[in-house]
Design a protein around this ligand. Structure first.
Ligand code: FES
Ligand code: FES
Length: 160
């Protein structure tokens, strides 16, 4: 099948590229744009490792074709830091040791970003439920919940 043109914005930068219509968005990000921070686990929507923001909302990049992101604004884990400085959520993950192997971490950070946008003052149960779509096989989740809770408090304390 012949390649088609695709235009999209990733982490504030515009890209124009070509790819096969059947190419998954996660593969386009990793192989064509070199953004390997987004991980591939199951490739069928279960694990959440491939989660990115599509027009501000969390989405599985393994369940989209790249061409479906035509014209969209995407954010991957590489886009979370501010001028090379970890954002409050990333700092909280670091401080609370919210990762072990790190495989789930990009998806977890992106899912938590969207979750905190929708619920800036979550309870611990809400955090558990809000992140339940991303699977972590190492941490037992407790430190992740601690980190998201701490990040929520830090973000609420930030000047608007
Ligand atoms: S790789 Fe997309 S949900 Fe697992
Ligand atoms: S830290 Fe290993 S899968 Fe979550």
């Amino acid at each position: 099948m012949s390649d088609v043109e695709i235009r999209l914005t990733v982490n504030g930068r515009s890209y124009v590229g070509r790819c096969e219509p059947r190419k998954l968005l996660v593969d386009f990000l990793r192989e064509d744009l070199g953004l390997t921070g987004t991980h591939i686990g199951c490739e069928h929507g279960i694990c959440g490792a491939c989660t990115i923001l599509v027009d501000g909302a969390a989405a599985r990049s393994c369940l989209m074709f790249a061409v479906q992101a035509e014209g969209a604004q995407l954010v991957t884990v590489e886009g979370l830091a501010n001028n090379g400085e970890l954002n409050p959520l990333q700092q909280a993950f670091h401080r609370h040791h919210a990762l072990q192997c790190g495989f789930c971490t990009p998806g977890m950070l992106i899912a938590a970003t969207d979750f905190l946008r929708l619920n800036p003052s979550p309870t611990r149960d809400e955090i558990r439920e809000g992140l339940s779509a991303v699977l972590c096989r190492c941490t037992g989740y407790r430190n992740i919940v601690d980190a998201v809770e701490a990040a929520a408090a830090a973000m609420r304390a930030e000047p608007p």
